[in-house]
Design a protein around this ligand. Structure first.
Ligand code: SF4
Ligand code: FES
Length: 254
C-alpha cells in the first residue's frame, strides 16, 4: 500500500507528493500511517493531532479527496470504500493528483485554508468566523442557585449542534467557502442557529439577524457537503435552511 502525502513549506516553488510504502494492519488509521511515515521515512513531516479519539478536532485533513479525521479513518475502510461519500465537487478536490484507492491513500491539507507546512493549515479564518457569531450563551435571567432546567426535547434539538468539535472538515468541504472568502461557513452558522433555538438565550431573534447578511445565511447554496463529511453528524445545512425560513416569516409579519 502507498501513502501519498502532500509536502509543502514556505518558500517552496510548488508542493510535492512523497510516496511511502507501508503494510496496513487491522485497525490501522491514517494517523497511524502518518506516524509510520515520520518514523521510517521523513521525521520532518508536519501534521496536527491531539486526542487521537475524534474529540479535539485537530486532525482533519483531505483523505482520498474527502475532508475527514485522520484519527478516525481506518485504512481498510478506504480500501474497501466503506461509508463511501460522494461530494458535490469543487476545484480543491478536482484539481489534485490522481488517486488509485485500491493501492493508495492520498493525504492532503484541508482545502480553503492557507497551508503553513505539509498537512498543517492556518485556521485563523475558520475561528474568526466562529467568533463573529459570538458563540456564548447570553441568558435572559440571572444565574439560578442550581442549574437552568430545560425540556428534554429542547436538549435533543440543541445537541445536534453542540456536538461540533470545530474540526473545520465542513469548511474544507464547502464549495462556497472556496469561492467566497467572506462566507461565514457551515460550522459558524450551525453554532449561531444553536443559540437561536436555545430557550435560555435572551435575544433569540437578534441571533438570526447576526447572519442576515449576504455572506451569512443567504450565501449557502445547499450543496450538502458539510453534513456528509461531519464526523459528528452536525447538520449545518438544516440549520441554515431553518434560519432562512424563520427570517422570511419574520420579515413577512413586519
Ligand atoms: S460541524 Fe462537523 S465538520 Fe463542521 S466543524 Fe463541527 S464537527 Fe467539524
Ligand atoms: S486527534 Fe483529536 S480529533 Fe483526531
Amino acid at each position: 500500500m502507498k501513502l501519498k502525502v502532500y509536502r509543502y513549506y514556505e518558500g517552496m516553488v510548488s508542493p510535492r507528493y512523497d510516496i511511502f510504502e507501508f503494510e496496513p494492519y487491522s485497525g490501522m488509521t491514517v494517523l497511524n500511517a502518518l506516524f509510520q511515515f515520520q518514523e521510517q521515512f521523513d521525521d520532518s513531516l508536519a501534521f496536527r493531532y491531539s486526542c487521537r479519539g475524534a474529540v479535539c478536532g485537530t486532525c482533519a485533513m483531505l483523505i482520498n479527496k474527502i475532508p475527514r479525521l485522520a484519527c478516525r479513518t481506518q485504512i481498510t475502510s478506504l480500501i474497501n470504500e466503506e461509508n463511501k461519500i460522494s461530494l458535490s465537487t469543487y476545484p480543491a478536490i478536482e484539481e489534485t493528483v490522481p488517486l488509485d484507492p485500491e493501492d493508495e491513500v492520498l493525504v492532503e491539507p484541508l482545502p480553503h485554508l492557507p497551508v503553513i507546512k505539509d498537512l498543517i493549515v492556518n485556521t485563523s479564518k475558520f475561528f474568526r468566523d466562529y467568533l463573529f457569531v459570538e458563540p456564548v450563551l447570553k441568558p435572559s435571567d440571572p444565574a439560578p442557585e442550581k442549574e437552568r432546567l430545560m425540556e428534554p426535547a429542547a436538549v435533543k434539538e440543541l445537541e445536534q449542534y453542540t456536538n461540533c468539535i470545530l474540526c473545520a472538515a465542513c469548511f474544507g468541504a464547502c464549495p462556497i467557502n472556496g469561492g467566497n472568502p467572506k462566507y461565514l461557513g457551515p460550522a459558524a452558522l450551525a453554532k449561531l442557529y444553536r443559540f437561536y433555538i436555545d430557550p435560555r438565550e435572551r435575544k433569540r431573534k437578534s441571533r438570526l439577524k447576526q447572519a442576515d447578511i449576504p455572506y451569512g445565511w443567504w450565501a449557502c447554496e445547499f450543496r450538502g457537503n458539510c453534513r456528509l463529511v461531519c464526523p459528528k453528524n452536525v447538520p449545518p445545512n438544516t440549520a441554515i435552511a431553518k434560519a432562512r425560513v424563520e427570517l422570511t416569516k419574520n420579515n413577512k409579519s413586519r
